[in-house]
Design a binder for this molecule. Structure first.
Ligand code: NAD
Length: 361
């Protein structure tokens, strides 16, 4: 198996000190994380708890069939877990009344599912965001971090050949219901949390998040690292939509958690929208090749590219380096290795529905 280069590990360890000390500002801070039971939320919650924050999670805990949420481990994190819906104004208000910081990460977070069920997407991503913003208006906090997505860039600027770098200020062309709901949430945050609101905000646009113990969602075409790894593990062909020519900026969930936690207190993030990515494009085919190195005999097949699956691009990282004083530290080679090692070491990491679906494919 390819090994993690020593230089990367050393640089990562050196950066650790700095980030840990910066997170000390959150010691004893009261933080509400909506969607804190999900992949990203749970990693963020663990980091905030480690930094000594008093964290409350609001999550419906029903985004994954079988034991998905359990795998993420938020119930064991030391945070207070409130199982509920962000559309429930009374619950959200009761939690915000006592909060200093909010991360709004709850969302119907799957592109294909949002296209299939725009009604659910609207309720979770639009109405839910509106409820959170209204309750923040009633009970101001020091800062709200709105979790958005690079999907707002869509296919990027028309007429540009090859992988595009996405800059925060370029025109936005969402090509899916999900992306449109995220763009709406960005605008609404800016409109409702203006200077007189008493609450600062920052918007973080995540690129493609991955990392153990991420699980695919039924009917989804997002999240290529778990999909392709699970296919390879079960001896099924790795299905490359459109031949895997799309590029993604793959950013590890540990990096995402750090960036989001830092966005809560970093002064120059106030009122700003910032990409959270590595600045490096990786094609789906290249990810399949990385995974295949761990599964001798792994096969790849080309499948049609689904509607709303953008050709992709990668993050301009000047703002994240300048305003957030952050850059991703985990390379895609290291992150994929971590995922595969986790998968191989975790016998029940393949949910039953997925095994049945892949064996039937
Ligand atoms: N994973 C990615 O690649 C990616 C990329 C860009 C942005 N994001 C954003 O990051 C955030 C976290 O996504 P994730 O990847 O961890 O997905 P996830 O599905 O694992 O987490 C989302 C969580 O929100 C919860 N939730 C959904 N609707 C809710 C509601 N109405 N009330 C309360 N809780 C609700 C779910 O139960 C789930 O635990 C989302 O806002 C998503 O849009 C994710």
């Amino acid at each position: 198996m390819p090994a993690l280069p020593h230089a990367t590990a050393t640089a990562a360890q050196a950066g650790e000190e700095t980030i840990r000390s910066r997170l000390e500002k959150l010691h004893h801070a009261r933080v509400v994380v909506t969607g804190g039971g999900g992949l990203v939320g749970s990693r963020l919650v663990a980091l905030l708890c480690e930094a000594g924050a008093a964290v409350t999670v609001l999550d419906r805990m029903d985004a994954y069939p079988e034991s998905g949420h359990e795998t993420f481990g938020v119930a064991r994190s030391g945070a207070r877990l409130v199982v509920g819906d962000v559309c429930d104004a009374a619950t959200v208000g009761a939690l915000l009344r006592d909060a200093e910081f909010v991360v709004h990460a709850a969302a119907y977070a799957d592109v294909a599912a949002c296209d299939r069920r725009p009604d659910i997407a609207f309720r979770a991503n639009v109405e839910g965001t509106q409820v959170v913003l209204e309750q923040v208006a009633r009970f101001p906090v020091r800062r709200l971090v709105m979790v958005s997505s690079a999907s707002v860039y869509g296919d990027g600027l028309p007429g540009v050949e090859g992988p595009q770098v996405f800059h925060e200020d370029q025109p936005l062309f969402p090509v899916s219901v999900y992306a449109n709901s995220k763009l709406w949430a960005e605008h609404q945050t800016r409109l409702m949390l203006g200077a007189s609101s008493g609450t600062e905000y920052a918007v973080v646009r995540y690129f493609s998040v991955y990392g153990e113990p991420q699980l695919p969602k039924p009917g989804s075409h997002s999240w290529m690292v778990p999909w392709l790894s699970q296919q390879a593990r079960l001896g099924r062909p790795m299905r490359l939509n459109g031949g895997g020519i799309q590029v993604r900026d793959l950013v590890h969930v540990d990096d995402i958690a750090e960036a989001t936690a830092l966005a809560l207190t970093e002064e120059r993030m106030a009122g700003r929208t910032v990409n959270i990515g590595t600045g490096r494009p990786t094609s789906v085919r290249a990810v399949a090749d990385l995974i295949a190195a761990y599964f001798p005999g792994a096969r790849r097949v080309s499948t049609p590219r689904p509607e709303g699956d953008p050709l992709g691009g990668y993050a301009a990282t000047e703002r994240s380096r300048d305003l957030l004083r952050w850059q991703a530290r985990i390379t895609v080679e290291e992150g994929v290795e971590r995922y595969v090692r986790w998968l191989l070491a975790t016998p029940d990491a393949t949910p039953r529905w997925l095994a049945e679906e892949l064996h039937g494919a």
